[in-house]
Design a protein around this ligand. Structure first.
Ligand code: MV4
Length: 448
C-alpha cells in the first residue's frame, strides 16, 4: 500500500477519499485554492498545499501545480475524485510520466471511453447490447439518412466528444434530418472543438441504470450491482438508488454479464461505471462508460458492504480487489442517495452560495451523510453546488423511503436554500413510491 497520496479535488469527495486513506494507514495531502483554505478537507489532511486562486482553471485544473505539490510532499499517488481532472487522459499520463501512480484506469481507457462513438464501436464489437444505429461516427448527411432509415425514426444525433447529454439532437421527421445533422455538427464543433457525431434510434421513456465495476491487475473483474439514476434534471442527477426497482434477477444477471464483457474488452482496471438505457420492455443498451468514481457510489457501498474508495487504492497499489469472491454481488437491502445542493428548487434550481448559519445533519440507524460542511462554512460560488449527500439504507425499498423521509425532516441547514424540500416532494409522489420513474420524471411526473 502507499504511504502517502495526494487528493486532487475539494469538498465532500476530497474528505471521502482522505477517510478511506486514513483507514488504510495512508497519509494524505490536500491541494486547495485560496477560496477553500478554511475548509474541512484542508484541515483534515496530514499536509496541504495551496495551488492557486479560486477559479478552477487557475487551481484545481492546473496539472503542473498538482504534480509539483505531489513531488514536493513525497506523495506516491494521486486520487482525482470526480469532476476536475478525473477523466483527463493527459493528466493520467502526466502523473505516470512523473512516477506518480494514477488512482484510476489507464489513460488509454479514459481516452477510448471519452470518445463516445469509439466506445460504442468497441461495445458493439464485444457483444454488449447497443441501441440500433451507426457503427461509430457518421461523416455525411447521406450516411446519417441511411442509418436513420434503416433503424427507423425517431433518431438521436449525438456528439462523439459529448456525453452527459451535451450536444444531442432528436430527429422525429426525415425532413428535418439534414438541418439537425448540420446543427448537431456545428454545436459539437463549437462546444468540444470536435464536430464528429453518431446516430442512434431514440429510446422512448428510458430509465438510466448503471453498473458499478472494479477491475485489478490480477484479472479480477468485480460487478457490484446497479444503480438507478433516472431522476435527473437537465442531465444533473438529483437522487439515486440501488438496486434498480426496475430490474428482475434475469435482467440484472444479463447486465452484469454485459458489464463484464465491456471491462474485458478494454482491460479495465480500477473503479468504473457502465451506463445503460433500460427501455419500457426491459431491454437494456450501452450508453456510456464513466472512467472515474461517481458521486453516487455510496448507494452501491451500502447494499454491497464494500468501500469502493479503499478498493481503488488497493487496486492502484497493485493489490487484488478484496471482494472478488463475492462477485457478481447480490444486493442486500435498498439504499437511496439524496444530493443536497445549495440551490433553490423554487427558483429553477438557481445556485445559492452563502454562509451556513446552522448545520445539523440527521443520524440514527441506516443513515449516512457525506459532507464537508460545518456551521459557519461558506459555500463558494466558484464550484459546483453539491454540499452534502444523504444516503439512507433499509432492508426493503419501502423502509429506505420511510427512513429518507425521517432523515430529510431531521436535516437542518440554514443560511442557504437547498434541495431538501425537493427530495421531500419526490418521496411523496405515487410514481416514486411505486418505483415507476423515468428520465422525464421531474418534468412530467412531478409537475412544477
Ligand atoms: C439516449 C436517450 C434515448 N435514446 N439515447 C442523455 C445523456 C447521455 N448520456 C445520453 N442520454 C440519452 N441517450 C438514445 N438512443 C435518452 C437520453 C437521455 C437521458 C438518459 C439518461 C438519463 C437522463 C436522460 C435525459 C434525457 C435524455
Amino acid at each position: 500500500m502507499f504511504e502517502k497520496i495526494l487528493i486532487a479535488n475539494r469538498g465532500e469527495v476530497a474528505l471521502r477519499v482522505m477517510r478511506a486513506a486514513r483507514e488504510l494507514g495512508v497519509k494524505t495531502v490536500a491541494v486547495y485554492s485560496t477560496e477553500d483554505a478554511d475548509t474541512l478537507p484542508v484541515r483534515y489532511a496530514d499536509e496541504s498545499v495551496c495551488i492557486g486562486p479560486a477559479p478552477a482553471n487557475q487551481s484545481y485544473l492546473v496539472m503542473s501545480s498538482i504534480i509539483a505539490a505531489a513531488k514536493n510532499t513525497g506523495a506516491q499517488a494521486i486520487h482525482p475524485g470526480y469532476g476536475f481532472l478525473a477523466e483527463n487522459a493527459d493528466f493520467a499520463r502526466l502523473c505516470v510520466e512523473h512516477d506518480l501512480v494514477w488512482i484510476g484506469p489507464s489513460a488509454e481507457c479514459i481516452e477510448q471511453m471519452g470518445d463516445k462513438a469509439r466506445a460504442r464501436e468497441t461495445m458493439m464489437g464485444c457483444g454488449v447490447p447497443c441501441v440500433p444505429g451507426s457503427d461509430g461516427a457518421v461523416e455525411t448527411v447521406e450516411e446519417a439518412a441511411a442509418f436513420a432509415n434503416r433503424v427507423g425514426y425517431p433518431v438521436l444525433i449525438k456528439a462523439s466528444a459529448g456525453g452527459g447529454g451535451k450536444g444531442m439532437r432528436e430527429v422525429h421527421d426525415p425532413a428535418d434530418l439534414e438541418s439537425q445533422f448540420k446543427a448537431a455538427k456545428m454545436e459539437a464543433g463549437a462546444a468540444f472543438g470536435n464536430d464528429e457525431v453518431y446516430i442512434e434510434k431514440l429510446v422512448l421513456r428510458p430509465r438510466h441504470v448503471e453498473v458499478q465495476v472494479i477491475g485489478d491487475d490480477h484479472g479480477n473483474r468485480v460487478v457490484l450491482c446497479e444503480r438507478d439514476c433516472s431522476i435527473q434534471r437537465r442531465h444533473q442527477k438529483l437522487l439515486e438508488e440501488a438496486p434498480s426497482p426496475a430490474l428482475d434477477e434475469e435482467t440484472r444477471r444479463a447486465m452484469s454479464v454485459a458489464a463484464t464483457k465491456a471491462m474485458r474488452a478494454v482491460d479495465y482496471r480500477n473503479a468504473g461505471t457502465i451506463e445503460f438505457l433500460l427501455d419500457t420492455d426491459g431491454r437494456f443498451y450501452f450508453m456510456e462508460m464513466n472512467t472515474r468514481v461517481q458521486v453516487e457510489h455510496p448507494v452501491t457501498e451500502m447494499i454491497t458492504g464494500t468501500d469502493i474508495i479503499k478498493e481503488q487504492l488497493r487496486v492502484a497499489a497493485g493489490e487484488p480487489v478484496s471482494c472478488a469472491s463475492r462477485s457478481p454481488f447480490s444486493p442486500n437491502g435498498h439504499a437511496i442517495e439524496f444530493r443536497i445542493n445549495a440551490e433553490d428548487p423554487d427558483a429553477d434550481f438557481r445556485p445559492c452560495p452563502g454562509t451556513i448559519t446552522r448545520f445539523r445533519p440527521p443520524a440514527g440507524p441506516g443513515v449516512r451523510v457525506e459532507t464537508y460542511l460545518e456551521e459557519g462554512a461558506r459555500i463558494s460560488p466558484y464550484y459546483d453546488s453539491l454540499v452534502a449527500k444523504l444516503i439512507v439504507w433499509g432492508s426493503t425499498r419501502d423502509e429506505a423511503i420511510a427512513r429518507g423521509k425521517r432523515a430529510l425532516q431531521e436535516f437542518q441547514i440554514e443560511g442557504v436554500a437547498t434541495t431538501i424540500p425537493f427530495h421531500q416532494k419526490v418521496l411523496e409522489t405515487v410514481a416514486f413510491n411505486k418505483g415507476n420513474v423515468y428520465t422525464d420524471f421531474i418534468e412530467t411526473q412531478m409537475g412544477e
